[in-house]
Design a protein around this ligand. Structure first.
Ligand code: UT7
Length: 327
């Protein structure tokens, strides 16, 4: 049986740091509020005129090609999960292909908000399992600061910029992506969205005046759904794969709020050492959070480790992926 395995992981976060102290000079907030309610100390910002998400993708993809000894022309598929594409069109996959010299691939963007990386893994895994594709790149991440309103204290502390990239290749060993459960239900549409710039509200003076090109979020509603949906789907994927708190090696949760992460880990019965957390350094980088964690923890991962990824985002979209680490 062919499975898709992650054979290399990389990520890139820009160097410029925006601290809570700096934010407190812009909006009415405090380091203490942000740390206790969300768990973020600082986040990264892609500075510079006219730099988009693909600038970060170029760094992550180049590194993952190097790590997996892959020439750009050998890449067959690029799946790019992002909510902050460089442009409405062409796709950020196309921008990344151009930037990295990838010439023989098919490529497209997907929009699953913060669940983008796990959606991308499921799609990429099926490309590999078809037997027709052997080098599939799943790229995920966002320049969230491009759609963050720095006059809105309820959202501006949350977000940062980063992109990750994973290479998927076929394996017949007992490793790789084993199971996934993914959902979208539309329940979240009123509670978490950006209405400006699409076909319903194309950019106009009115959309700009009404702050419609920024993230709108009703935090409490989203929080409650995030906890219950991520915990339920993570427990479900454990149960149907006969995993226990002892046989799960790592939980890689989307990094939106430390309180959500802790609640999900607790529901799964996991000790905190098994839960990857780096929200304090990067904030919520949307589709970028899970590959950022995998990249940061890569040296601690062992072949055969049972890893559960779980995410929740606008839509609502949510889900969990179970994989066995392949190297
Ligand atoms: O990644 C996609 C999915 N997104 C998420 O999972 C995010 C889920 N939501 C959350 O993480 C949390 O709801 C937030 C972090 C967004 C907000 O935390 P909260 O504990 O739900 O706060 P709240 O909205 O209930 O607000 C509590 C209080 C309010 O004041 P009053 O009405 O009690 O006087 C807010 O005005 O905190 C106030 N507040 C702030 N105070 C200082 C809101 N933002 C701030 C702030 N600094 N930045």
């Amino acid at each position: 049986m062919i499975r898709a395995a992650i054979t290399g992981i990389s990520a890139y976060a820009p160097e410029d740091v925006l601290t809570n102290a700096e934010l407190a000079k812009i909006v009415d907030t405090t380091d203490e509020w942000i740390m206790t309610r969300v768990g973020i100390k600082e986040r990264r910002v892609l500075k510079g005129e006219h730099l988009g998400t693909s600038v970060m993708a170029k760094e992550a993809v180049s590194d993952v090609l190097r790590k997996t000894n892959t020439k750009p022309e050998e890449v067959e598929v690029i799946i790019f999960a992002t909510t902050t594409p460089d442009y409405i069109f062409p796709s950020t996959a196309a921008m990344t292909a151009e930037a990295c010299g990838i010439k023989n691939a098919l490529g497209f963007d997907i929009q699953a908000a913060c669940s983008g990386f796990i959606y991308g893994l499921e799609i990429g895994s099926n490309f590999v399992k078809s037997g027709n594709y052997k080098k599939v790149l799943v790229v995920a991440g966002d320049k969230m600061t491009a759609i963050t309103n720095y006059k809105d204290r309820t959202t501006c502390p949350l977000f940062g910029d980063a992109v990750g990239a994973a290479m998927l290749e076929p394996t017949t060993e007992d490793v790789g992506i084993i199971d996934s459960i993914l959902h979208v239900d539309g329940v979240g549409i009123p509670h978490l969205h950006m209405h400006g710039g699409g076909s319903v509200y194309p950019a106009s003076h009115e959309t700009v005046d009404n702050d419609m090109h920024y993230v709108y979020q009703e935090g409490q509603v989203v929080f409650k759904h995030a906890v219950s949906k991520m915990a339920d789907v993570s427990v479900e994927i454990m149960e149907r794969n006969h995993l226990t708190k002892d046989t799960v090696s790592w939980l890689v949760p989307h990094q939106a709020n430390i309180r959500i992460i802790e609640a999900v880990g607790n529901r799964m019965g996991l000790s905190s050492e098994k839960v990857m957390v780096n929200i304090q350094k990067y904030g919520n980088t949307s589709a970028g959070t899970i590959p950022m964690c995998l990249y940061e923890w890569e040296s601690q991962l062992k072949k055969g480790d049972n890893i559960i990824l779980t995410a929740f985002g606008a839509g609502f979209t949510w889900g969990a992926v179970y994989l066995k680490w392949a190297y």
